[in-house]
Design a protein around this ligand. Structure first.
Ligand code: FAD
Length: 498
């Protein structure tokens, strides 16, 4: 790194996305400064669940084993009618094909504390109580104005990532507008602790009752969340009243045992920033997109942004990739986020129906379709569809992560590099990509699931990116060449221009 820079990457905002990004950027070899205007962690939960892909990213940071015991794997995510009939049911596999449970219920401050502790262990410089105020970009880097108790100062970084939440001052400074799906409703969120909770369902449920739509979530340990939709004419003050809360909780018969950690009325939104990159400044997490909570994917999407960005910036800083690789960030992530928003909105439209006749028709139609084996909403999110990928089968999909009998996860063999797995050994031409043969002793513990994958894919080789998405399948030498070419094409162009 040049002396002219304080860091390779300045992360603005240390919510879960900034924490994950700062850790990933560091483990990918970048020098990182992370700032947050708040001197302390936000103490209250927001996200209630996350998925296997996020646990796999926590694994890359080295915290999965610490986070798993803090979480609960729910049995299922269900949408129920007011009478308790099941409209939609998404059972949760305790170990899926990507090496972790499909869904984890969490206590967000607990998980964020683990991430923060990890940043401390890694030695990432955390400037807390330091607010972003503005930025100026030039061809080499970004100069950021910040302010803390001591006054104003500047931080000079090669790249700046705004992980500064829904109001994102970084996004504001860049003048980036939001595309609004115009789907927003006010809900009361109640986060509770219930000591004697054995009688409460350990499920995630949407109760699609037109008289009062309700979300019930068994979070980790003794923590339970309820969310209650506000009906037209109801005010936040009415909903936050203790007597009203007791009335709302009455069906769960726990009002006398409940300790309320947080009560708040919030309005969810579905918004996507029109531009996720402006030169050397990028947006991630809620700064780039916000979504209704029904799919439990807002934080997950932000942490996927972090995993997508960290290795690309590291490749640029090492001189292995051109800056144009950053164009693939929004190209890859935006369609994925929009697909999830479409799911979350579709789920929300099912839940938020207040018209009794409409809800009766919804129940009748959905129950009939369910009886015929159809599921109205899919939570199978798309693979990456275009970007830093080849035009070959399976490109963009996540590579599976088998787990060995002793509990070792496949990714731990790969480190954080791209890796090529070949069905059979061949010429070992010099390569930037680590190459493993299917028959190599290193892969012995995973040979059966990997052989099955190769058999089903009908390919000679697979090149897996550092974020574990498949770059391409096919001939090993061609894949190596394509990886070098894709990474280097813009580097050569950049060099020619200087
Ligand atoms: C009720 C509810 C339920 C939800 N459920 C789920 C769920 O089940 N699953 C899921 O995945 N997601 C869920 N979400 C969404 C999830 O909580 C958010 O997407 C996630 O917390 C966003 O993380 P972030 O790091 O992008 O932003 P934030 O957590 O908002 O962090 C932004 C950080 O930036 C800092 N900051 C702001 N301005 C400045 C500045 N000028 N200078 C320096 N720092 C600054 C802030 O202090 C803050 O620490 C839910 C949200 C809500 C409200």
């Amino acid at each position: 790194m040049s002396d002219r820079f304080d860091c390779d990457v300045l992360v603005v905002g240390l919510g879960p996305v900034g924490d994950a990004l700062a850790a990933l950027a560091h483990v990918h070899g970048l020098s990182v400064i992370a700032i947050d205007r708040s001197p302390t962690l936000f103490p209250l939960p927001r996200a209630a669940v996350f998925d296997h892909e996020i646990m796999r990213i926590f694994q890359m940071i080295g915290v999965a084993e610490r986070i798993a015991p803090l979480c609960r794997v729910p049995e299922s995510y269900q949408f129920l009618t007011a009478r308790g009939e099941v409209l939609l049911d998404f059972p949760v596999l305790p170990v899926g094909r990507f090496g972790w449970a499909e869904t984890y219920a969490l206590h967000q401050p607990g998980v964020e504390q683990v991430l923060r502790d990890r940043l401390g262990e890694l030695g990432v410089r955390l400037d807390l109580g330091v607010a972003f105020e503005g930025l100026v970009q030039d061809s080499d880097g970004v100069t950021v104005d910040v302010r803390d108790e001591a006054g104003a100062r500047q931080i000079r970084a090669r790249y700046v990532i705004g992980c500064d939440g829904s109001w994102s001052p970084v996004r504001e400074a860049l003048g980036i507008k939001l595309d609004d799906y115009k789907f927003d409703e006010p809900w009361l969120v109640l986060d509770t602790i219930i000591e004697d909770c054995a009688d409460l369902p350990v499920l995630c449920q949407q109760i699609c009752d037109p008289r009062r739509p309700v979300t019930h979530l068994a979070m980790s340990g003794k923590r339970f969340r309820w969310e209650f939709m506000l009906k037209p004419g109801e005010t936040p003050e009415q909903m936050l009243d203790d007597a009203m809360i007791q009335e709302l909780l009455a069906p769960w018969k726990c009002g006398d045992r409940v300790q309320i950690e947080r009560k708040a009325v919030y309005r969810f939104h579905a918004l996507v920033a029109e531009q996720w990159r402006h030169g050397r400044v990028l947006l991630a997490g809620d700064a780039a997109h916000q979504m209704p909570p029904f799919a439990g994917q807002g934080m997950c999407s932000g942490i996927r942004d972090a995993a997508n960005l960290a290795w690309k910036i590291a490749a640029i800083v090492r001189g292995e990739a051109a800056e144009s690789i950053l164009d693939s960030y929004q190209q890859e992530r935006e369609p994925h986020v929009r697909a999830i928003i479409a799911t979350a909105v579709a789920m929300g439209q099912i839940v938020c129906m207040l018209d009794e006749h409409g809800a009766a028709a919804r129940d009748r139609d959905m129950l009939a379709r369910k009886a015929s084996g159809a599921q109205d909403v899919s939570v199978a999110y798309p693979d990456l569809v275009s970007g830093h990928l080849t035009d070959t089968p399976f490109a963009g999909a996540l590579f599976p992560q088998p787990v060995a009998a002793d509990g070792t996860h496949l990714d731990t063999l790969f480190g954080l590099d791209a890796v090529l797995i070949r069905r059979s050994s061949g010429d070992d031409a010099p390569s930037q990509v680590r190459t493993l043969d299917l028959a190599s002793p290193e892969l012995a513990d995973f040979s059966e699931p990997l052989e099955q994958w190769f058999e089903a894919a009908g390919t000679e080789a697979v090149l897996i990116r550092p974020d574990r998405h498949i770059f391409g399948t096919g001939d090993p030498a061609e894949l190596q060449a394509l990886w070098r070419e894709k990474d280097r094409s813009g580097v050569q162009r950049d060099q020619a221009l200087t």
